[in-house]
Design a protein around this ligand. Structure first.
Ligand code: B12
Length: 212
């Protein structure tokens, strides 16, 4: 069976969407537990992709295809999972901030986080602080991830942190920020945590969850 899982992980790394689907179906037909398929085949594949991306061996388009391949497998498994069967690493709400339409980096971060077992709620782009507050009230995430690619929209991250504070939500979540113009210094100033790329974001999220 481990060979099947190895093939599954390898096919994710190589972005082979239909192969991952086929191998996942094969594993299900052979009676493998959905949870086992995720932890022994799909997640190790996506984890490896995260490592290769960090090391500069893989680039953005390849990561996106790998994530698509993993999702193809997940699609088959999701309907079979009973509530609570797979323990989520944590819940993370993502948004690109008000005025900003860039979402490639944010998608990459959320895909790698999903690959690491996080439950992701992506609000999309151009999301104002009030909407983020409302969605935090609704979904009660562990983490809030904000992305900005324009120097002019970075300020919306500060506004959102302020809005979370005003609504008594800041103590209940950890705020992660990122995007090309964002720095660790800016994150410190506004009371958020920073990571510069997608795989560092997964490490940061894991640290924040462990510390909470
Ligand atoms: C693609 C792109 C676009 C696309 C966006 C498509 C999309 N769906 O995202 C389009 C064409 C729409 C666009 C529009 C504009 N763009 Co543009 N765009 C880019 C470009 C070329 C690439 C950005 C990108 O996707 N990079 C790849 C991803 C993977 O990297 P990333 O986003 O940095 O994300 C990584 C990290 O930052 C981090 N990260 C990102 N988000 C988060 C969030 C969290 C929580 C964490 C932890 C980490 C994290 O992890 C990611 C993965 O490693 C950049 C130039 C560049 N080289 O960066 C310009 C750039 C960002 N754009 C720029 C500009 C000026 C604009 C426009 C104003 C252009 C115009 N005059 O109309 C508009 C603004 C539209 C708007 N209101 O947002 C400028 C910004 C300058 C500035 N400092 O303010 C740049 C830098 C180009 C330039 N050199 O002038 N753009």
């Amino acid at each position: 069976m481990s060979i099947l899982y190895e093939q599954m992980a390898e096919s994710i790394e190589n972005g082979m969407v239909s192969k991952v689907k086929e191998l996942t179906q094969k594993a299900l037909d052979e009676g493998c537990e959905p949870k086992e398929i995720i932890s022994n085949g799909l997640l190790p594949g996506m984890n490896e992709v995260g490592i290769l991306f960090k090391e500069g061996e893989l680039f953005v388009p390849e990561v996106l295809v790998a994530a698509k391949a993993m999702s193809a497998g997940m699609e088959l498994i999701k309907p079979l999972l009973k509530d609570g069967e797979v323990q989520s690493a944590g819940k993370c709400l993502f948004a690109t901030v008000k005025g900003d339409l860039h979402d490639i980096g944010k998608k990459l971060v959320s895909m790698l986080m999903e690959g690491a077992g996080y439950e992701i709620i992506d609000l999309g782009v151009d999301i104002d602080p009030e909407s983020i507050v409302e969605e935090v009230k609704k979904h009660k995430p562990d983490l809030v991830g904000m992305s900005a690619m324009l120097t002019t929209t970075m300020v919306a991250m500060k506004d959102t942190v302020e809005a979370l504070k005003e609504n008594g939500l800041y103590e209940k979540v950890k705020v992660m920020i990122g995007g090309a113009p964002v720095t660790g210094k800016y994150a410190d100033e506004i009371g958020a945590y920073y990571s510069e790329d997608a795989s560092a974001a997964v490490d940061l999220a894991n640290q924040l969850i462990r510390a909470s």
